[in-house]
Structure formats: structure tokens, C-alpha cells
Write a protein that binds this ligand. Sequence first.
Ligand code: KG4
Ligand code: ZN
Length: 344
Amino acid sequence: MKDNRFLTMGIESSCDETAISIVADGREILSNVISSQINIFINYGGVVPEIASRNHLENINWVMDEALKKAGVTLDDIDLIGVTYGPGLEGALLMGVAHAKAVAFSKDIPLVGVHHIMGHISANYLEHKELEPPFMALVTSGGHTEICDIRSYTDCEIIGTTRDDAIGEAFDKVARVLALGYPGGPKVDRLAREGNPDAINFKRVYLEKGTFDFSFSGIKTQVLNYVNTEKQAGREIVKADVAASFTQAVMDVLRDKTRDAVKMRHAKKLVLAGGVAANSKLREMLGSLASEMGFELFIPSNILCTDNGAMIASYAYYKYMSDGPDALDLETKTTQDMKKERRK
Ligand code: KG4
Ligand code: ZN
């Protein structure tokens, strides 16, 4: 029987997850299928773009079938298709977009291209049914560190952004320096809990006064220099202390800039988004900041923090309601293409 609600199929393939989800009315997840390539890339120590694209191509049909089956619907029930068109790996994005276009064309379903980061932020709508804009968002992912003022579902002003390495990238690189393996973020997170955050005084990088931009490439180099110096001096490296001290240095910068941004915009709500939102120290730190400043804090559960199709479906729903469908000549955009674009 046809579900009376508005059903969106969300497709995500910007990196190493082939993910498709069916979401009702932009808020309720009916299915959320994620095929991760992590086990393949463990052997390479990171994502290999060509292999990721090939795997998306191999997986995307069964992932879609599974998502429809789990939701108890068929393509005839789908009212809208949302797909990540960027930023991300070019070849990987292409697989999702080509699939979305083919299905949209053959079944005559409207199509909406979704900015990956707007998807991450929208994960919060799925988790917190009462959440509505306006709010501030702290985006912490593999490719982005941003503070955004979300004025409406489709209006996002970027107040601060990444100048070099994003926070997730810094976590992954520190994991590599400490030979913890891939994926690095969760490993540094776990190890940091056993270490002393005051053991090593890594410099906190705030950039020029008043800016909300972030720079995390320096701290990665500091960690590398520290490890090399200690090795050369024949001293034992306590990896847990390095992980904890690095994490603390990064958290201090995130906390101070978030506090200033919330103050400046008199924000009543703060939303956390992106893969690094799974970090336990980050969650704790923002919890304390929320109590101190009196804002309401929204964080998605771990499964909705990392890449998934549900967050793409949620944003696609609101974008479609506001701006209508995109044309079928929708093109992919890489990180470089999208840097200076106003976010929609
Ligand atoms: O948002 P995401 O899935 O991908 C992008 O859109 O970029 O984020 C992936 C990033 C990776 O850098 C990963 O190491 C990091 O999120 N990450 C974490 C944790 N879980 C994932 N970083 C720190 N602590 C974690 N628990
Ligand atoms: Zn992501």
C-alpha cells in the first residue's frame, strides 16, 4: 500500500560509504543502508579514490534494493530522490549522481542535488524531531571544520571555515604518526581517554584576532616533530599522552571559537555535525559549554554522524520544498569548486 507520507530516497557516495536511505517527510528514517569500504582501505592506510569509485559502482544497486526492501516500499512509492553532488571525491560522487539521474529519469521522479555538509547538519533533524532553524552549527568532518549560522532550512551563512587541514584530517594524520592504523579518528579518541591531556603542551592555533576560521595543519606537524625528537633522544613515547594532549589542544580552540560565535550571534541552539561529532571529548566539551552558556545542544547518534543516506534525504526534502527540483543535467562538484560558494 502507498505510504501517504512524502518519501525521499537519499543517496550518498562522496567518499568510501555507499549509502542509501528512505526517509518520510524529511524526518523519519524508514531504512538506512550503509555499505562501508573501511575493511578494504585498512590495507591501504587510507581511501584510494579509484577503488572507492569501483566499489560504489558494484554496490549501489543492491544497496538501493535493500533500502527499498527494508522500508517496505518500491521505487513507485518514492516522491523525491536526493543525491550528494559535492564536495567529495570526483569519481565517487559521479557514481551516486549517475545512479540518481538514471533512476529519476526512468521512473520520472524529481531530483535534488545535496551539498554534503548541509546533509551532515540535517542529520540532526532526523534525531531531534523538535529541532528547527535558526541555530548555530559546528561542523567537524574529515574535510571541513566550520561554524555556520543556519537561518532557515536552506540558508546557511559560513562564519568560520577551514584554512588548511580539517579537524578529521588532523585526527587521521596524528593516528598515522602514532601508527594507530586506519580509520584514525576513533582510534585517537579511544587512546586519548587513557592519557594525560596536560602531558605535552601543543600550541593552540587561533589565527588572527576575531576570526572564526580554523587551522589544524600546524598541530599535526607539532605532533610529528615531538615524536621524532623523542625518538632521536631515545625516550619512550607514551602514545596515550600524545593522543590526549593533541585532542585537548584541538578541543580548546573549538571551544573558544564556538563560545565567541554563540555569544556574537546570541544563539539559543547549537548543533554538532560531521564524522568527528562522534568524538567523546568533543561531546563532553560541548556539553559543559552548553551548561555554562545556557544554549540547547543537539548532537546526532554516532551512526548519523558519519556519512549516510538519511541525512541527504532529509536535506533534499527541505531543499525541494523551498526551491523545487534540480535539472537532470546536475553535475558533481569537488571541494575546490565549492569553496567560495554561498551554501544552499
Ligand atoms: O563526516 P565524515 O564521515 O566524512 C567527511 O564528510 O569528511 O568524517 C570522517 C572523519 C574522519 O576523519 C574520521 O577519522 C573522523 O571523522 N572521526 C573521528 C571519530 N569518528 C570519526 N574523529 C575523532 N573521533 C572520533 N570518534
Ligand atoms: Zn561526511
